[in-house]
Ligand binder design. Structure first.
Ligand code: NAP
Length: 504
C-alpha cells in the first residue's frame, strides 16, 4: 500500500510517498481502507517530533480519517468487513490502510460522505465540548473567537451561532474574515490591522465579551482577557502562534472571570458517555444541514505534504482534506454497469436547451442554462439489493425489510446514499447526449450533499443545469453540471451535487 511517510522528524518537505507493507492488526484493532483524512494542527507537531507522543519512525501522519473496514481483530464484535467508519488514529491516516484500536472507531452514518466525515470530529468535537460543557454558553451571550478562520475556530463560529450567541470573529486577513461572516459571525476584527481592545469596546458598547475562545495564544490573549465582561469565561484551547502567554492573575480577580483549560482528547477518554452524546448531537446537526465545514482544498496523497505546509503557512481556511484514491468514480462506474439499462435521451420543454448537442464545442454557449428534468425512476428493493451485492455493503437499513418495518421511522428500507448518487450518472444520460465525440465519462463529483434518505419504492428524478465548461489543452472538455435528485412528494431533495464529466 501507499503511504506518506515521515522517516526523519522535520518539516513537511521531507515526507515521502512510499510503497510499504499493509499494517497488521492486534486482537483489539480494525484495519481500515482509508478514503479521506483530515489535516490537523498536531500533524505538523508530530512530524517535527514536538508533540505529546512520538511515534516510532517511519510512520505516516494523519489522525482523523474515514474509510471502510477491511478486517477486524478477534475481540472486536461491533464492526464487520465493509462497514463505513470514521476514526481517530493519532497518526497513520495519510495512507491507503491504517490499523486503529476499535474503541477509537465509530460507525459513519450514510448521510455523511467520507470527505466531510474526515474533517468533523476533531474540530467540531473540540469546539462543542468547549462551548457546551466548559463555557456553558447561553443564548444571547457574546463570544470573541481568536483564530476564527482556523479549524477549531471556524467550527466554534458555526456552533456558537447555532447555540444562539453573538459572535465576534478575529483573524489575520479580510479573506479569512469574509468566510467567518459566511459562517454566521456577527462582527469581525482583523487583529493584525485593528486595535483588538478598542474594537471590542466599540462592538460591545463597553460591556465586554462573556466568552473568549482562544486557540492562538501569543499576543492577543492579554488584550482579550482585559476585554471580558463580569463572570466571563476564557477558554484556553491552544497555542497556534507557538507562544504560551503569561497572564497576570490579578486580571482574573478584577474581572471575576474564569480561565478554563480545554483538552478534548482527555474529555473523550475520561467522559466517554458525555463525549458520545456530543458526537451524536453534532452528527444530527450535520445530517440536518445545520453544520457544514468550510473545506479549503482537497489534496491527493501525492500532494498531502503541501496540505501540511499550507497549514503551517496559515493559508488554510477551515479544513484541508486528503482524499486517498479515486473512490467516487469507482462507485459511480460500478453502479452504472451493474444495474442501469441504457435509455434514450428525453425531449425537453421548449424553454430549455436541447439535450442533443451536435459537438462538445457548443456546450460553452449554454453555461448557466437548464438541461431539464428526467423521467421518474422507482427505487425498488431489487435495485437496492443489486447495489448491496455490487458494493458488498450489506447494512441492514438497506436490505433487511423485516427489521426496517420494526425500527425505521417510515417502516421501509432506505437506499444507500451512494446508490442515489450513482443514479445521477444514469439520469445524466437521459438529459444530455453529444454527437461526434470519442468518449464521455462521468469522472467526479464535487460539493455532494445527501439531504433526504430515499425510502424503498419511492420515485426519484433529476434536474440539471450546465454550471461551467472548461476546454482543456488536449482538446477535451470538462463539463460541470449542477444536479439535484428529488423524491416524489417530498420538499427536500435526496441529493445535490456538482457532477464533473470529461468529454474527448
Ligand atoms: N485543546 C484541545 O482539545 C484542542 C483540540 C484541537 C486543537 N487544539 C489546538 O488549537 C490550535 C488551533 O488548531 P486548529 O486545528 O484550529 O489549527 P489551524 O487550522 O491551523 O488554525 C490556527 C489558526 O491560528 C492562527 N495563527 C496565529 N498565529 C499562527 C501561527 N504562527 N501559525 C499558525 N497559525 C497561527 C491562524 O489564524 P490567523 O492567520 O487568522 O491568525 C490559524 O487559522 C492548535 O494549537 C491545536 O493544537 C486544541
Amino acid at each position: 500500500m501507499k503511504a506518506l511517510l515521515c522517516e526523519n522528524f522535520g518539516s513537511p518537505k521531507q515526507l515521502m510517498v512510499r510503497d510499504t507493507a499493509s499494517p497488521t492488526i492486534n486482537e483489539n484493532q480494525v484495519l481500515i481502507a482509508v478514503k479521506a483524512c483530515g489535516v490537523n494542527f498536531p500533524d505538523n507537531l508530530i512530524i517535527e517530533g514536538k508533540y505529546q507522543f512520538k511515534p516510532e519512525l517511519p510512520f505516516a501522519p494523519g489522525g482523523e480519517l474515514s474509510g471502510t473496514i477491511i478486517s477486524v481483530g478477534k475481540n472486536v464484535t461491533q464492526f464487520s468487513k465493509g462497514m463505513r467508519v470514521l476514526a481517530l488514529s493519532g497518526w497513520g491516516g495519510f495512507a491507503e490502510e491504517v490499523a486503529v484500536d476499535a474503541n477509537r472507531v465509530f460507525p459513519l452514518p450514510e448521510e455523511i460522505d467520507y470527505l466531510s466525515a474526515a474533517g468533523t470530529l476533531y474540530n467540531y468535537g473540540t469546539s462543542y465540548y468547549a462551548l457546551k460543557q466548559k463555557a456553558a454558553i447561553k443564548s444571547g451571550e457574546t463570544i470573541l473567537i481568536l483564530g476564527a478562520a482556523g479549524g477549531v475556530g471556524l467550527a466554534a463560529v458555526e456552533l456558537a451561532k447555532l447555540m444562539g450567541a453573538k459572535v465576534i470573529a478575529c483573524a489575520s486577513t479580510n479573506e479569512k474574515l469574509a468566510i467567518c461572516k459566511e459562517k454566521g459571525a456577527d462582527f469581525t476584527i482583523n487583529y493584525l490591522q485593528e486595535d483588538l481592545r478598542k474594537k471590542i469596546q466599540e462592538i460591545t458598547n463597553n460591556q465586554g465579551v462573556d466568552i473568549v475562545y482562544d486557540p492562538v495564544g501569543g499576543l492577543f490573549a492579554e488584550p482579550a482577557i482585559r476585554s471580558m465582561a463580569w463572570k466571563g469565561r476564557y477558554l484556553v484551547v491552544g497555542f497556534a502562534s507557538g507562544n504560551i502567554p503569561a497572564i497576570p492573575l490579578n486580571l482574573a480577580l478584577l474581572k471575576g472571570c474564569s480561565i478554563i483549560g480545554i483538552f478534548w482528547g482527555s474529555f473523550a477518554e475520561k467522559e466517554p458517555i458525555e463525549s458520545l452524546k456530543n458526537m451524536g448531537e453534532l452528527v444530527n446537526w450535520m445530517i440536518a444541514g445545520k453544520l457544514k465545514q468550510h473545506r479549503y482544498k482537497i489534496y491527493s496523497l501525492e500532494n498531502a505534504a503541501d496540505a501540511l505546509q499550507d497549514l503551517l503557512e496559515r493559508k488554510v481556511i477551515g479544513k484541508a482534506i486528503i482524499k486517498i484514491g479515486d473512490w467516487v468514480e469507482e462507485q459511480i462506474e460500478k453502479s452504472i454497469q451493474q444495474s442501469i439499462p441504457k435509455q434514450e435521451p428525453i425531449k425537453n420543454d421548449s424553454n430549455q436547451i436541447p439535450s442533443i448537442f451536435k459537438d462538445k464545442s457548443v456546450l460553452k454557449d449554454h453555461i448557466g442554462k437548464n438541461l431539464g428534468t428526467t423521467a421518474w425512476l422507482k427505487m425498488t428493493q431489487e435495485r437496492i439489493n443489486q447495489f448491496a451485492e455490487a458494493t458488498m455493503d450489506f447494512q441492514w437499513v438497506h436490505i433487511d425489510t423485516e427489521k426496517a418495518k420494526k425500527y425505521l421511522p417510515a417502516g421501509k428500507t432506505i437506499a444507500h446514499g451512494y446508490l442515489t448518487m450513482s443514479l445521477a450518472s444514469h439520469f445524466f444520460y437521459q438529459l444530455i447526449s453529444i454527437e461526434n465525440i470519442n468518449s464521455f465519462v462521468n469522472y467526479g463529483v464535487n460539493k455532494a450533499r445527501f439531504i433526504s434518505p430515499v425510502p424503498v419504492d419511492s420515485d426519484i428524478r433529476m434536474t440539471a443545469s450546465i454550471q461551467d465548461v472548461a476546454e482543456l489543452s488536449n482538446g477535451a472538455v470538462k463539463l460541470f453540471l449542477n444536479c439535484s435528485i428529488e423524491i416524489k412528494g417530498q420538499e427536500k431533495p435526496a441529493y445535490v451535487a456538482e457532477i464533473i464529466s470529461m468529454i474527448f
